[in-house]
Design a protein around this ligand. Structure first.
Ligand code: PLP
Length: 391
C-alpha cells in the first residue's frame, strides 16, 4: 500500500545534514571521544525545581485529559509574559498551548495555508521548515538571506515572491545564523505582509537569547497583530526540550480555529507538563536569563577565541545558541569541512548546506558543551581550517 504523496514527499528527498550527527554517534559508540556541537540542546537538562513541580502535579492528579486549547492559568501566564515583553496587549484568548514550537509551526501553517498555497520562508532555515510547509499541503518557497547582507533578509526580495502567497515564516533570533533581524528589516517585512495580505508566522523560540541589539517582534508593529502568528516554546527559554510545551499567540478568531485543530490533532498537552510550565513561567525573567547565561558567555568566548586568524570567518552571533563560521577560505564546502573535521579532529558541527544553499560554505557550531570542551574543540577547528587553507 502506498502512503499519501503529502507524506512520502515531506522531506523533499535531500540530505538534511543529520549524517554528521549519526556518524558522530557511531564514533562515540565505538569508543572515540567526539565533541558534539551539532544539536541545539542545553547541556544542563531541565531545572530540578521544574521537575519537582511536574512530579508533584502528576501525583496531585494532573494525569487526565486537559482542555485542548490549554490550561487557562497557563494561557494567562503566557499572555502576561507576552504583554510584559512586547507591550502588545495580549489575553488568554490570544494564546493556544501546543506541544512544543514544532507543533506550533505545523498548526500555524495549517491555519494560514490552503492546499497548494505558496508559503514563503527565509533561508538559511531551521531544518524542519520546508517539510512542515509540505506537511500541510502547501508549497514551500525559500527566499535567501545572503552572507553579503550579514544574513539579514531583503524585504524587496521577499516582495518579489509575495504576490499570491499565503504566508511568510521568519525566525529571529535566528537558527542557524545567530543573526537578529534589525528593526528596519522587520519593518520592511511587515510592510510586505500588509501590502500582500500575508500571514506572518514568527518563530520566536530564541526570544530569551539576545546578546546584541533588540529582538523586535513583528506583532508589535503597526497593523501586524491581526496577521501575525507568533510561535513560542519553553524548550530553549526554560531548558524544557523534552517536555514538548509551547504556544501560538495570535488574533482571537485565529486562535479559536487553531483550538479546533488541536482538538483534532494533539488532543491537548499533558496536564502535569502544563502545571510544570506554569511553575516555570512564575519564576520570571531572571530565571530565564539564568538559563540563557551560559550561551552568552560561550558566544563571547567563541568570538574572542576566533579573533586574530583568518582561516574561518565568524558571523558575530547576536542571539541564539549557535555561531556560524564561513569556511570558504579552506576551499571546502560546509559538508566537506564538517565531514573531515569529524574524522580528523573528532569535532562534530552542522554543515551549512543542511540549512539551505544560502549557507553553503559555512558550518554551524552549537554552543552546547561545557566551556572548556568548547574552547578545546574550537582550537582544533581553527588549526584544522588553517591547515586546509594553507594546503
Ligand atoms: N524553531 C527553531 C528555530 C528551532 O531551532 C527549534 C528547535 O531547535 C524549533 C523551532 C522547535 O523547537 P521545539 O519544538 O522544541 O519548541
Amino acid at each position: 500500500m502506498e502512503m499519501s504523496k503529502r507524506i512520502t514527499g515531506l522531506t523533499g528527498g535531500g540530505s538534511d545534514g543529520w549524517d554528521i550527527f549519526y556518524r558522530a554517534r557511531e564514533m562515540k559508540d565505538a569508543g572515540t571521544a567526539v565533541t558534539e556541537l551539532t544539536i541545539g540542546e542545553h547541556d544542563t537538562g531541565t531545572d530540578r525545581a521544574i521537575l519537582d513541580a511536574m512530579h508533584a502535579a502528576g501525583m496531585a492528579g494532573h494525569t487526565g485529559y486537559t482542555m485542548f486549547t490549554g490550561n487557562p492559568r497557563l494561557r494567562e501566564l503566557v499572555a502576561e509574559r507576552v504583554t510584559a515583553r512586547t507591550g502588545v496587549p495580549t489575553t488568554a484568548a490570544n494564546v493556544l498551548v501546543v506541544p512544543g514550537g514544532q507543533a506550533g509551526l505545523f498548526a500555524a501553517h495549517h491555519g494560514a495555508c490552503d492546499e497548494g498555497d505558496r508559503a514563503l520562508f527565509i533561508e538559511p532555515y531551521y531544518a524542519t521548515y520546508p517539510g512542515t510547509i509540505r506537511a500541510v499541503g502547501a508549497r514551500p518557497v525559500a527566499i535567501a538571506a545572503r552572507p553579503g547582507r550579514a544574513f539579514q533578509p531583503d524585504p524587496d526580495e521577499i516582495a518579489a515572491q509575495a504576490p499570491g502567497a499565503s504566508s511568510l515564516l521568519v525566525n529571529t533570533p535566528n537558527n542557524p545564523t545567530g543573526v537578529i533581524y534589525t528593526r528596519e528589516t522587520m519593518e520592511g517585512i511587515a510592510g510586505v505582509c500588509r501590502d500582500n495580505d500575508l500571514w506572518l508566522i514568527s518563530d520566536e523560540v530564541y526570544d530569551t537569547q539576545v546578546w546584541q541589539g533588540e529582538h523586535v517582534t513583528p506583532r508589535a508593529l503597526p497593523g501586524m497583530a491581526e496577521r501575525t502568528l507568533v510561535v513560542g516554546s519553553m524548550s530553549k527559554s526554560h531548558a524544557m526540550t523534552g517536555s514538548r510545551i509551547g504556544w501560538i499567540v495570535g488574533p482571537e478568531a485565529a486562535i479559536a480555529h487553531l483550538g479546533n485543530l488541536a482538538t483534532h490533532t494533539t488532543y491537548g498537552v499533558a496536564g502535569f507538563i502544563q502545571e510544570a510550565a506554569c511553575f516555570a513561567l512564575e519564576q520570571g525573567a531572571a530565571f530565564e536569563a539564568g538559563i540563557a547565561a551560559p550561551f552568552r558567555r560561550r558566544r563571547d568566548m567563541a568570538l574572542k577565541l576566533l579573533e586574530g586568524q583568518n582561516a574561518v570567518r565568524v558571523i558575530p552571533a547576536q542571539g541564539a545558541m549557535y555561531v556560524m563560521l564561513d569556511v570558504r577560505a579552506t576551499g571546502l564546502s560546509g559538508e566537506g569541512f564538517a565531514t573531515a573535521l569529524l574524522e580528523e579532529e573528532h569535532v562534530a558541527v552542522m554543515p551549512g548546506e543542511s540549512f539551505g544553499p544560502a549557507a553553503a560554505g559555512h558550518v554551524r557550531v552549537a554552543l552546547t558543551v561545557a566551556d572548556d570542551a568548547l574552547a578545546g574543540a574550537l582550537q582544533k577547528l581553527v588549526a584544522f581550517a588553517a591547515r586546509r587553507a594553507a594546503a
